[in-house]
Design a protein around this ligand. Structure first.
Ligand code: GLN
Length: 260
């Protein structure tokens, strides 16, 4: 079967493994370059991006990871994983020796870490995730705890598409934990879901008097992207792996198979 590696240096590896297996693929932990070589695709879990960044170099994985990402390996990053996939961090952390955190890159976005501010450090909200509305969900996903009976009952009628497939337009209940947001997307990047900020939570002023993002300006006003996709790369600011939501992992698996 399809083998999806979970980068297992730090973070919520087990939750991602469970989600992948609920979608019918095989999940394996990746800590060494030899393990990376054996996977069809990779998940960068949530956790602490500065720690994972350091460990990728300590474990001699940074180089092989970058190589496989640029060679087209499908990668999904959640939260810290999104930060690791980003080409640019607006506010990278600096360690005691003055070294700024690095990313693996590949995804033409700029993220801001811990972006939602102190009051909203962790929060939950329902996201409109239009790309999932047309998705043909597998029975495995529909039968999983992902979609509670209540959610399904409230959703637009789940029409049978084939005997074992159905459509769904249930919003994604998203959990954000000290999450980043995306404040610049390159032309190749598709925004899959956004949150509307309260007016008080406007973007931090960069002090220049200029709009923060002059290179690419698809993210404006009080909206911030929290799920993006570009070719073989998928990233979310939130953690579908902790809520039993399986459709994001299923979308990733369809991307790996070239079906989405
Ligand atoms: N704030 C964390 C970071 O910068 C990400 C948090 C998370 O993955 N839940 O890495």
């Amino acid at each position: 079967p399809l083998t999806v590696g979970i980068l297992a240096l730090q973070g919520d590896v087990r939750e991602h493994a469970r989600a992948i297996e609920a979608c019918g693929a095989r999940a394996v932990s990746v800590r060494r370059a030899a393990e990376l070589a054996d996977v069809d695709a990779l998940i960068l879990p949530g956790g602490e991006s500065t720690t994972i960044d350091k460990l990728t170099r300590i474990f001699s994985l940074a180089g092989p990871l970058k190589e496989r990402i640029s060679a087209g390996m499908p990668v999904y990053g959640s939260c810290a994983g999104m930060i690791l996939l980003a080409d640019e961090i607006a506010d990278p952390a600096t360690d005691r020796d003055g070294n700024a955190q690095q990313t693996l890159g590949g995804l033409d976005i700029t993220v801001r870490r811990n972006a939602f501010g102190r009051q909203r450090e962790s929060f939950e909200t329902d996201l409109d995730f239009a790309v999932l509305n047309d998705a043909v969900l597998s029975t495995a996903v529909l039968n999983d705890r992902a979609l509670s009976p209540a959610a399904l009952a409230n959703a637009a009628p789940v029409e049978a598409k084939a005997s074992n497939h159905a459509r769904s337009s249930v919003p994604v209940h998203a959990v954000f934990i000290r999450a980043p947001w995306v404040e610049r997307v390159g032309a190749s990047v598709e925004v899959l879901a956004s949150v509307q900020l309260p007016a008080a939570a406007a973007a931090p002023d960069n002090g220049s008097g200029q709009p923060e993002n002059t290179r690419t300006a698809r993210i404006e006003g009080n909206t911030r992207a929290v799920a993006v996709r570009s070719r073989h790369l998928l990233a979310t600011s939130f953690h579908p792996e902790v809520t039993g939501e399986r459709r994001i992992h299923e979308l990733f698996i369809r991307m790996i198979r070239g079906e989405a």
